[in-house]
Design a protein around this ligand. Structure first.
Ligand SMILES: NC(=O)c1ccc[n+]([C@@H]2O[C@H](COP(=O)([O-])OP(=O)(O)OC[C@H]3O[C@@H](n4cnc5c(N)ncnc54)[C@H](O)[C@@H]3O)[C@@H](O)[C@H]2O)c1
Length: 266
Protein backbone atom coordinates (compact mmCIF):
# COMPACT_ATOMS: atom_id res chain seq x y z
CA UNK A 1 0.00 0.00 0.00
CA UNK A 2 2.74 2.43 -1.05
CA UNK A 3 0.20 5.00 -2.25
CA UNK A 4 -2.36 4.68 0.54
CA UNK A 5 -4.22 7.97 0.96
CA UNK A 6 -2.74 9.52 -2.17
CA UNK A 7 -4.82 10.99 -5.00
CA UNK A 8 -3.78 11.33 -8.60
CA UNK A 9 -4.63 11.80 -12.27
CA UNK A 10 -3.58 9.26 -14.89
CA UNK A 11 -3.74 10.27 -18.54
CA UNK A 12 -3.28 8.17 -21.67
CA UNK A 13 -4.86 4.77 -20.94
CA UNK A 14 -6.39 3.66 -24.24
CA UNK A 15 -6.46 -0.13 -23.98
CA UNK A 16 -4.87 -2.87 -21.87
CA UNK A 17 -1.55 -2.47 -23.77
CA UNK A 18 -1.17 1.20 -22.82
CA UNK A 19 1.55 1.93 -20.30
CA UNK A 20 -0.93 4.19 -18.47
CA UNK A 21 -3.40 1.29 -18.16
CA UNK A 22 -0.84 -0.73 -16.16
CA UNK A 23 0.06 2.33 -14.10
CA UNK A 24 -3.60 2.88 -13.21
CA UNK A 25 -4.00 -0.76 -12.14
CA UNK A 26 -0.87 -0.64 -9.97
CA UNK A 27 -1.77 2.70 -8.38
CA UNK A 28 -5.20 1.33 -7.51
CA UNK A 29 -3.64 -1.85 -6.07
CA UNK A 30 -1.26 0.28 -3.99
CA UNK A 31 -4.14 2.15 -2.38
CA UNK A 32 -4.34 5.38 -4.42
CA UNK A 33 -7.54 7.12 -5.47
CA UNK A 34 -7.22 7.98 -9.13
CA UNK A 35 -9.03 9.83 -11.88
CA UNK A 36 -8.52 8.65 -15.46
CA UNK A 37 -8.43 11.01 -18.40
CA UNK A 38 -8.03 10.73 -22.14
CA UNK A 39 -8.93 12.68 -25.28
CA UNK A 40 -12.66 12.57 -26.09
CA UNK A 41 -11.99 10.66 -29.34
CA UNK A 42 -10.00 7.99 -27.45
CA UNK A 43 -12.93 7.54 -25.10
CA UNK A 44 -15.05 6.51 -28.05
CA UNK A 45 -12.40 4.21 -29.57
CA UNK A 46 -10.70 2.70 -26.54
CA UNK A 47 -11.76 0.62 -23.56
CA UNK A 48 -11.06 3.09 -20.78
CA UNK A 49 -14.47 2.59 -19.16
CA UNK A 50 -13.52 -1.03 -18.42
CA UNK A 51 -10.44 0.23 -16.59
CA UNK A 52 -12.47 2.82 -14.68
CA UNK A 53 -14.75 0.05 -13.41
CA UNK A 54 -11.74 -2.04 -12.34
CA UNK A 55 -10.24 0.90 -10.48
CA UNK A 56 -13.59 2.04 -9.00
CA UNK A 57 -13.27 5.45 -10.53
CA UNK A 58 -14.42 7.63 -13.35
CA UNK A 59 -13.09 9.02 -16.60
CA UNK A 60 -12.96 12.74 -17.20
CA UNK A 61 -12.46 13.49 -20.90
CA UNK A 62 -9.80 16.10 -21.73
CA UNK A 63 -7.85 16.97 -24.83
CA UNK A 64 -4.60 17.88 -23.06
CA UNK A 65 -3.74 20.49 -25.68
CA UNK A 66 -6.82 22.48 -24.62
CA UNK A 67 -6.45 24.86 -21.67
CA UNK A 68 -10.22 24.81 -21.05
CA UNK A 69 -10.29 21.01 -20.95
CA UNK A 70 -7.39 20.90 -18.47
CA UNK A 71 -9.10 23.47 -16.22
CA UNK A 72 -12.29 21.41 -16.26
CA UNK A 73 -10.28 18.25 -15.60
CA UNK A 74 -8.81 19.76 -12.42
CA UNK A 75 -12.17 21.21 -11.29
CA UNK A 76 -13.94 17.88 -11.68
CA UNK A 77 -11.03 15.96 -10.14
CA UNK A 78 -10.99 18.18 -7.03
CA UNK A 79 -14.74 17.68 -6.71
CA UNK A 80 -14.55 13.94 -7.23
CA UNK A 81 -11.48 13.22 -5.09
CA UNK A 82 -12.44 15.88 -2.55
CA UNK A 83 -9.29 17.93 -2.41
CA UNK A 84 -5.85 18.45 -3.86
CA UNK A 85 -3.82 15.84 -5.70
CA UNK A 86 -0.50 14.10 -5.00
CA UNK A 87 0.51 12.80 -8.42
CA UNK A 88 -0.01 13.14 -12.18
CA UNK A 89 1.01 10.77 -14.96
CA UNK A 90 1.43 12.34 -18.42
CA UNK A 91 1.38 9.37 -20.81
CA UNK A 92 0.46 11.08 -24.04
CA UNK A 93 2.20 11.13 -27.37
CA UNK A 94 1.22 11.45 -31.02
CA UNK A 95 2.88 12.66 -34.23
CA UNK A 96 0.75 13.10 -37.36
CA UNK A 97 3.94 12.98 -39.48
CA UNK A 98 4.84 9.55 -38.04
CA UNK A 99 1.28 8.32 -38.37
CA UNK A 100 1.06 9.39 -41.99
CA UNK A 101 4.57 8.14 -42.86
CA UNK A 102 5.87 11.60 -43.77
CA UNK A 103 9.63 11.45 -44.16
CA UNK A 104 11.91 13.55 -41.93
CA UNK A 105 13.06 15.51 -45.00
CA UNK A 106 9.48 16.26 -46.01
CA UNK A 107 7.77 17.13 -42.73
CA UNK A 108 4.45 18.91 -42.67
CA UNK A 109 5.16 21.74 -40.20
CA UNK A 110 1.56 22.14 -39.04
CA UNK A 111 1.66 18.48 -38.09
CA UNK A 112 5.04 18.90 -36.43
CA UNK A 113 3.62 21.69 -34.26
CA UNK A 114 0.70 19.41 -33.42
CA UNK A 115 3.14 16.66 -32.38
CA UNK A 116 5.03 19.09 -30.11
CA UNK A 117 1.77 20.36 -28.62
CA UNK A 118 0.26 16.92 -27.92
CA UNK A 119 3.46 15.19 -26.82
CA UNK A 120 5.33 17.91 -24.91
CA UNK A 121 3.66 21.31 -24.52
CA UNK A 122 0.61 19.57 -23.03
CA UNK A 123 2.94 18.60 -20.14
CA UNK A 124 3.75 22.28 -19.57
CA UNK A 125 0.05 23.17 -19.84
CA UNK A 126 -0.89 20.57 -17.23
CA UNK A 127 1.71 21.94 -14.79
CA UNK A 128 1.01 25.62 -15.47
CA UNK A 129 -2.72 25.20 -14.86
CA UNK A 130 -2.08 22.98 -11.84
CA UNK A 131 0.13 25.72 -10.40
CA UNK A 132 -2.33 28.53 -11.15
CA UNK A 133 -5.25 26.62 -9.69
CA UNK A 134 -3.24 25.44 -6.69
CA UNK A 135 -4.34 21.82 -7.09
CA UNK A 136 -1.09 20.16 -5.98
CA UNK A 137 -0.36 19.07 -2.44
CA UNK A 138 3.15 19.73 -1.14
CA UNK A 139 5.52 16.87 -1.99
CA UNK A 140 3.43 15.85 -5.01
CA UNK A 141 5.04 13.98 -7.92
CA UNK A 142 4.60 14.46 -11.67
CA UNK A 143 5.87 11.92 -14.22
CA UNK A 144 6.03 12.04 -18.02
CA UNK A 145 7.09 9.24 -20.35
CA UNK A 146 10.02 9.72 -22.70
CA UNK A 147 12.22 7.80 -25.09
CA UNK A 148 16.00 7.71 -25.74
CA UNK A 149 15.48 9.27 -29.18
CA UNK A 150 15.63 12.55 -27.21
CA UNK A 151 19.41 11.95 -26.86
CA UNK A 152 20.32 9.72 -29.81
CA UNK A 153 19.05 9.46 -33.35
CA UNK A 154 16.57 6.74 -34.24
CA UNK A 155 15.63 7.60 -37.84
CA UNK A 156 12.07 6.28 -37.82
CA UNK A 157 11.16 8.21 -34.67
CA UNK A 158 11.11 11.37 -36.82
CA UNK A 159 9.75 14.52 -35.16
CA UNK A 160 8.81 12.59 -32.02
CA UNK A 161 12.51 12.90 -31.13
CA UNK A 162 12.11 16.68 -30.99
CA UNK A 163 8.94 16.28 -28.95
CA UNK A 164 10.72 14.08 -26.39
CA UNK A 165 13.66 16.51 -26.13
CA UNK A 166 11.20 19.30 -25.41
CA UNK A 167 9.36 17.13 -22.89
CA UNK A 168 12.60 16.47 -21.01
CA UNK A 169 13.55 20.15 -21.07
CA UNK A 170 10.14 21.18 -19.70
CA UNK A 171 10.68 18.58 -16.97
CA UNK A 172 13.84 20.35 -15.81
CA UNK A 173 12.45 23.89 -16.07
CA UNK A 174 9.11 23.17 -14.42
CA UNK A 175 10.74 20.79 -11.95
CA UNK A 176 12.83 23.66 -10.67
CA UNK A 177 9.84 26.00 -10.42
CA UNK A 178 7.47 23.55 -8.73
CA UNK A 179 10.23 22.29 -6.45
CA UNK A 180 10.59 25.81 -5.08
CA UNK A 181 6.85 26.45 -4.96
CA UNK A 182 5.35 23.27 -3.55
CA UNK A 183 8.17 20.72 -3.10
CA UNK A 184 6.72 19.02 -6.16
CA UNK A 185 9.05 16.75 -8.08
CA UNK A 186 8.91 16.41 -11.87
CA UNK A 187 10.63 13.59 -13.76
CA UNK A 188 10.47 11.68 -17.01
CA UNK A 189 10.95 7.95 -17.35
CA UNK A 190 12.79 7.02 -20.55
CA UNK A 191 11.15 3.70 -21.26
CA UNK A 192 12.27 0.76 -23.45
CA UNK A 193 10.29 0.14 -26.64
CA UNK A 194 6.97 -1.29 -25.49
CA UNK A 195 4.30 -2.92 -27.64
CA UNK A 196 1.36 -0.47 -27.47
CA UNK A 197 -0.83 1.40 -29.98
CA UNK A 198 1.55 4.41 -30.03
CA UNK A 199 4.63 2.14 -30.18
CA UNK A 200 3.32 -0.04 -32.99
CA UNK A 201 2.53 3.11 -35.03
CA UNK A 202 6.25 3.61 -35.62
CA UNK A 203 7.64 2.09 -38.82
CA UNK A 204 10.05 -0.77 -38.22
CA UNK A 205 8.94 -0.96 -34.56
CA UNK A 206 9.27 -4.76 -34.27
CA UNK A 207 12.85 -4.74 -35.56
CA UNK A 208 13.80 -2.04 -33.15
CA UNK A 209 12.02 -3.72 -30.28
CA UNK A 210 14.03 -6.92 -30.93
CA UNK A 211 17.27 -4.99 -31.35
CA UNK A 212 16.76 -3.20 -28.00
CA UNK A 213 15.96 -6.55 -26.35
CA UNK A 214 19.30 -7.95 -27.56
CA UNK A 215 21.23 -4.79 -26.63
CA UNK A 216 19.92 -4.58 -23.05
CA UNK A 217 21.64 -6.82 -20.48
CA UNK A 218 18.37 -7.06 -18.53
CA UNK A 219 16.15 -7.16 -21.63
CA UNK A 220 13.50 -4.55 -22.48
CA UNK A 221 11.54 -3.11 -19.57
CA UNK A 222 7.85 -4.08 -19.84
CA UNK A 223 4.84 -1.82 -19.31
CA UNK A 224 4.19 -3.55 -15.93
CA UNK A 225 7.75 -2.80 -14.84
CA UNK A 226 7.31 0.81 -15.94
CA UNK A 227 4.13 0.93 -13.83
CA UNK A 228 6.10 -0.25 -10.78
CA UNK A 229 8.64 2.50 -11.39
CA UNK A 230 5.83 5.07 -11.59
CA UNK A 231 4.41 3.84 -8.28
CA UNK A 232 7.86 4.30 -6.70
CA UNK A 233 8.10 7.83 -8.13
CA UNK A 234 4.62 8.73 -6.87
CA UNK A 235 5.40 7.32 -3.42
CA UNK A 236 7.21 8.99 -0.53
CA UNK A 237 10.18 6.67 -1.24
CA UNK A 238 11.41 9.03 -3.97
CA UNK A 239 10.97 12.43 -2.30
CA UNK A 240 14.27 13.97 -3.41
CA UNK A 241 14.35 12.73 -7.00
CA UNK A 242 13.46 15.58 -9.31
CA UNK A 243 14.26 17.25 -12.68
CA UNK A 244 15.61 13.92 -13.98
CA UNK A 245 15.23 11.88 -17.10
CA UNK A 246 15.38 8.37 -15.63
CA UNK A 247 16.34 5.56 -17.98
CA UNK A 248 14.17 2.51 -17.46
CA UNK A 249 15.53 0.37 -20.25
CA UNK A 250 17.29 -2.73 -18.93
CA UNK A 251 20.69 -1.08 -19.45
CA UNK A 252 20.24 -0.21 -23.15
CA UNK A 253 21.33 3.43 -22.79
CA UNK A 254 24.79 2.53 -21.44
CA UNK A 255 25.50 -0.49 -23.63
CA UNK A 256 27.87 -0.01 -26.58
CA UNK A 257 27.32 -3.44 -28.09
CA UNK A 258 26.26 -6.86 -26.83
CA UNK A 259 27.51 -10.38 -27.63
CA UNK A 260 24.13 -11.19 -29.20
CA UNK A 261 24.49 -8.36 -31.72
CA UNK A 262 28.15 -9.30 -32.45
CA UNK A 263 27.05 -12.91 -33.08
CA UNK A 264 24.58 -11.72 -35.70
CA UNK A 265 27.41 -10.09 -37.68
CA UNK A 266 29.89 -12.98 -37.44
N1 LIG B 1 5.41 2.28 -26.53
C1 LIG B 1 6.69 2.61 -26.51
O1 LIG B 1 7.55 1.95 -27.10
C2 LIG B 1 7.13 3.81 -25.71
C3 LIG B 1 8.49 3.93 -25.33
C4 LIG B 1 8.89 5.07 -24.62
C5 LIG B 1 7.94 6.05 -24.29
N2 LIG B 1 6.63 5.89 -24.68
C6 LIG B 1 5.67 6.96 -24.35
O2 LIG B 1 4.71 6.47 -23.45
C7 LIG B 1 3.55 7.31 -23.54
C8 LIG B 1 2.31 6.44 -23.63
O3 LIG B 1 2.28 5.75 -24.86
P1 LIG B 1 1.88 4.21 -25.01
O4 LIG B 1 3.02 3.53 -25.65
O5 LIG B 1 1.30 3.68 -23.76
O6 LIG B 1 0.77 4.26 -26.16
P2 LIG B 1 -0.81 4.54 -26.17
O7 LIG B 1 -1.16 4.75 -27.61
O8 LIG B 1 -1.51 3.47 -25.45
O9 LIG B 1 -0.96 5.92 -25.38
C9 LIG B 1 -0.89 7.20 -25.95
C10 LIG B 1 -2.08 7.96 -25.42
O10 LIG B 1 -2.06 9.34 -25.78
C11 LIG B 1 -3.42 9.75 -25.85
N3 LIG B 1 -3.55 11.04 -26.53
C12 LIG B 1 -3.20 11.35 -27.81
N4 LIG B 1 -3.52 12.63 -28.06
C13 LIG B 1 -4.06 13.15 -26.92
C14 LIG B 1 -4.57 14.44 -26.55
N5 LIG B 1 -4.60 15.45 -27.42
N6 LIG B 1 -5.06 14.61 -25.29
C15 LIG B 1 -5.05 13.58 -24.40
N7 LIG B 1 -4.58 12.35 -24.69
C16 LIG B 1 -4.09 12.14 -25.94
C17 LIG B 1 -4.03 8.60 -26.66
O11 LIG B 1 -5.44 8.61 -26.64
C18 LIG B 1 -3.42 7.41 -25.94
O12 LIG B 1 -4.22 6.99 -24.86
C19 LIG B 1 3.78 8.23 -24.74
O13 LIG B 1 4.28 9.47 -24.28
C20 LIG B 1 4.84 7.48 -25.52
O14 LIG B 1 5.60 8.32 -26.36
C21 LIG B 1 6.21 4.79 -25.36
Amino acid sequence: MLLKGKKGIISGALDENSIAWKVAEKCHEEGANIILTNAPIALRMGKINELAEKCSTEVIPADLTSLEDIELLYDKTSENLEGKIDFILHSVGMSPNVRKNKEYGDLNYDWMIKALDVSAISFHKMMQIAEKKGVLNDWSSIVGLSYIAAQRTFPFYSDMAEAKSLLESITRSYGYRLGKKSKTRVNTISQSPTITTAGAGIEGFNAFYNYAEKMSPLGNATAEECANYCVFLFSDMSKKITMQNLFHDGGFSNTGISEEIIDQFK
